[in-house]
Design a binder for this molecule. Structure first.
Ligand code: PLP
Length: 269
């Protein structure tokens, strides 16, 4: 028997929160990386105790230990892309921004995680400025859903036309590219995500899928880590976003209920 020990140069790092229920956060990110055949690294910025009925506790380790995890990853691996998820508070955001300014990875995908679908707060409201001022300018792409875009911009984004202008406004606010997710728009139509690319003169591209009547957990984490995996594999940004959106759509179709709550988690198998 031969053992396959080939060198895999493709690594991606997630800096995010852990979900004990395995549906979102670091756990979803690592499953997504594996499904893309990308070696997954993780630095755990926060721990959540949660199941399919909600978040029961949150613990934020000290930022010195978070930095040690990030340093260990950059010390040894060739990291093609970094995905940022739940960062909990401003102190964590500053620690992550310091580390990323030091290591300058080629691609950073920022999922500006703020509130879970269940309603649990995953970022302190006072940390919004730090996210906007420190991390947005470092990111190659930010992936807000509509409630997150509204918090970042400070106004409502109520329909498709408002989404177009909101994605342009987010570029104006310092993002290099924006994948604005339309899943929360309840207009009965397809789900349309908009990719606005500041490096391509602010061009806006629509990524469309039929709406599935599934209320799933971990879709945002999975989309952002699938984009990071695509970038680590060398795909151009637009292709990485289209592929990631397809990946989430397929994973939703195979979604299942692993616990006693109604929550559906994505199928990465
Ligand atoms: N838990 C953690 C650790 C997360 O990072 C996230 C989302 O990013 C969630 C929970 C929330 O997931 P959802 O809003 O899809 O339920």
């Amino acid at each position: 028997m031969t053992i396959d020990q080939d060198f895999r140069p493709f690594c991606a790092l997630t800096i995010a929160g852990s979900d004990s229920g395995g549906g979102a956060g670091i756990q979803a990110d690592l499953k997504t990386f594996a499904a893309h055949r990308v070696h997954g690294l993780s630095a755990i910025a926060a721990l959540t105790a949660q199941h399919t009925r909600g978040v029961t506790a949150v613990h934020v380790p000290d930022t010195g230990f978070l930095r040690a995890q990030i340093d260990a990853c950059f010390d040894d691996f060739r990291i093609g892309a970094v995905k940022l998820g739940m960062l909990a508070n401003a102190e964590v955001i500053h620690a992550v921004a310091d580390a990323l300014e030091h290591y300058r990875p080629a691609h950073i995908v920022l999922d500006p995680v703020m509130v879970a679908t269940s309603g649990a707060r995953l970022l302190e409201p006072e940390a919004l400025d730090a996210l906007r001022n420190r991390l947005m300018p470092l990111a190659s792409l930010i992936t807000p859903n509509l409630p997150e875009a509204e918090l970042l911009l400070g106004h409502r984004v109520a329909d498709g036309a408002a989404m177009q202008s909101a994605s342009a406004e987010l570029l104006g606010a310092g993002a290099r590219a924006v994948l604005l997710k339309g899943g929360h728009l309840e207009d009965g139509g397809d789900v349309v995500d908009l990719l606005a690319d500041g490096d391509d003169h602010g061009s806006i591209e629509s990524i469309r899928h039929p709406r599935l009547a599934i209320d799933a957990h971990g879709t945002g984490c999975t989309l952002a880590s699938a984009v990071a995996a695509g970038l680590a594999l060398g795909r151009p940004l637009s292709q990485a976003c289209i592929d990631a959106s397809d990946y989430v759509h397929r994973a939703l179709r195979g979604g299942y209920r692993p616990g006693r709550g109604d929550v559906v988690v994505l199928d990465h198998f």
